[in-house]
Ligand binder design. Structure first.
Ligand code: TIU
Length: 223
């Protein structure tokens, strides 16, 4: 008999099968959280994003303790930029473009210092790491195939930034039939008002894209 767990969430309670849930951590890489990376190159104050790392760490530890599947993603491009559309390369007015050399190595290039996941959330062996060229984690990746192989139907989503890679990924997952919950205090944006708007638009209309809940509520529901 499969245990069904319940989380106190918005717009209403979120039920998930204990053997069908995965943690998805989006792009908690130095590029977006530390000075000198892609986020800073786009003109953002990156300091506010670091505050969510302790909550993601709590979720990571819980999923590790319960031996539940964990997926980390990293946004980045091949060194020859063959997977980067010209439109993305040219976008914006920043001095440093994708592929240029910055203080943490080449901007948004796989394997560079800035591309690494922050040390406190570093993946362990056995956890999945998905590198992705786009904002959504399903575009040009094997994420859907891996989720199907693991019989995962429910996703707890965390990471940065709420209205860009997190929201794109959650919408992609929702269209593919996954029941998604965005953890409110384990995601953030450079723009607090965009984060708030994203939470509201996800759970509006009876949960048109999914659910939101706090880290505490998720940890209680997992127990
Ligand atoms: N710029 C911004 O807010 N985000 C990104 O470019 N990528 C992710 O959200 N990971």
């Amino acid at each position: 008999e499969i245990k069904v767990n319940m989380i106190s969430a918005q717009p209403y309670e979120y039920n998930f099968p204990a053997d069908g849930v995965a943690l998805l951590i989006i792009d908690m890489q130095r590029d977006f959280l530390e000075p000198g990376g892609f986020g800073a190159a786009l003109g953002n104050d990156v300091s506010r994003l670091q505050a969510i790392a302790p909550n993601i760490k709590l979720l990571l530890q819980a999923f590790r303790n319960y031996r539940l599947p964990i997926f980390h993603t990293q946004e980045g491009h091949a060194p020859d930029l063959s997977d980067c559309p010209v439109s993305k390369l040219n976008r914006g007015k920043s001095q440093l473009k994708i592929g240029d050399v910055g203080p943490m190595g080449r901007i948004l290039i796989l394997g560079e210092t800035g591309n690494a996941i922050v040390p406190e959330l570093a993946p362990l062996p056995g956890e999945f790491v998905i590198t992705k060229p786009g904002k959504g984690a399903f575009y040009r990746t094997n994420l859907e195939q891996l989720l199907q192989q693991q019989n995962i139907s429910h996703l707890m989503i965390t990471g940065v930034t709420t209205e860009v890679c997190v929201q794109t990924t959650m919408r992609e997952a929702n269209d593919r039939g996954y029941e998604c919950l965005l953890v409110e205090d384990a995601t953030d944006s450079y723009f607090p008002e965009f984060k708030q708007a994203t939470l509201e638009m996800i759970r509006a209309q009876g949960g048109i894209v999914g659910w939101t809940a706090t880290t505490t509520a998720v940890l209680q529901g997992l127990a």
